[in-house]
Design a protein around this ligand. Structure first.
Ligand code: UDP
Length: 326
């Protein structure tokens, strides 16, 4: 059975393709290669195309007749969203609208959607679960929250069924180091810390040390990319089994501050992490930690690899061989 994977050339999408292939599906990647890498598409065909062009999406459906969609393709940087909200509304929201209209036109009615804990915004020391009101504080979170609403409308009107996953911070890499996280430019904490460890950049700059947290730095809930993708395979099967649309937070419930991540990297790599202290980054929430057990209870999800040492160890192994080229 073929599954359309938008953003299959990216960090998370490429891990999904590997897991789909292992589970007996054929992943068909639809990707514009703006932030993804051709070299990461190793587990099924690539359709080069852009969600802003309906004809590109129609071509992927016509050529491959996928039975369901895993929708990862998106722009996803808070700093960029603060500077250029139009990019987020256009690319994420209009792209998703084109995608769901094309899926319906081709008789495909099951979609697994990558959403984010950024849809919850900044809520004082609340552990976030699926009943927490969504109050995004940046255009990235807002664009994903809008798509969630759109999916509900399309279900009511057209029977398009969805599983929504709200990711906390995704980290780590394929334990075989076949694929991993590689952004140009890199903006995410753990790869930047490892760049500093490896001497590929002078230092990691901590964005703000005056937050109302025990050590003054922001707190995030990190999930291993392989665990995150396990949930997607379970979510896909959930839809293929005819179960009702559902939303799930994907986090472990453990929060790590920026300083704690840096300390863990020091221990795992056994090397120094050159560190500078900088200003707060606009759009950052103080603390984003999942308080939900719904994915465990209803999907049977177990985040077995999501300890900080394991995530850094796998990211570090990949980091030493990463060399995607277009
Ligand atoms: N961060 C930092 N320095 C960096 C990159 C990130 O201090 O060079 C902090 C950032 O402010 C946030 C946390 O690390 O508190 C995680 O940021 P990342 O960009 O990895 O993910 P986000 O939480 O924005 O999705």
């Amino acid at each position: 059975m073929k599954i359309l994977v938008t953003g299959g050339a990216g960090y998370i999408g490429s891990h999904a393709c590997k897991a789909l292939a292992r589970a007996g599906f054929t992943p068909v990647t639809l990707d514009n290669l703006s932030t993804g890498w051709k070299d990461a598409v190793k587990f099924g065909p690539l359709v080069e195309g852009d969600l802003s062009r309906r004809a590109d999406i129609d071509r992927a459906f016509a050529e491959h007749d996928p039975k369901a969609v895993l929708h990862f393709a998106a722009v996803s940087r808070v700093d960029e969203a603060m500077r250029d909200p139009a990019l987020y509304w256009r690319n994420n929201v209009l792209g998703s609208l084109n995608l769901v209209e094309a899926a319906l036109a081709h008789g495909c009615r099951d979609i697994v959607f990558s959403s984010t804990c950024a849809t919850y915004g900044d809520q004082d020391n609340v552990l976030l679960d699926e009943t927490t009101p969504q109050r995004p504080i940046n255009a990235y979170g807002a664009s994903k929250a809008a798509i969630e609403i759109m999916l509900r409308d399309f279900e009511a009107a057209h029977g398009l069924r969805h599983v929504i996953f709200r990711y906390f911070n995704v980290a780590g890499a394929d334990p075989d180091a076949e694929i991993g996280e590689f952004h140009r430019p890199e903006t995410h904490l753990i790869p930047i810390v490892l760049d500093a460890v490896a001497g590929k950049r002078e230092a990691i700059t901590v964005f703000g040390t005056d937050y109302p947290t025990p050590d003054g730095t922001c707190i995030r809930d990190y999930v291993h990319v392989s665990d995150l993708i396990d949930a997607h395979i379970l979510g896909l099967r959930w839809l293929l089994d005819g179960k009702p649309s559902r939303d799930f937070n994907l986090g472990t419930g453990d929060g790590f501050s920026v300083r704690e991540v840096i300390d863990a990297a020091r221990r795992v790599t056994n090397r120094d992490v050159p560190t500078n202290i900088g200003e707060r980054r606009a759009g950052d929430a103080v603390k984003l930690v999942s308080g939900s057990s719904r994915a465990r209870e209803e999907l049977g999800w177990a985040a077995t690899r999501s300890t900080m040492p394991k995530m850094i160890e796998d990211a570090w192994r990949w980091h030493q061989v990463a060399d995607y080229r277009q």
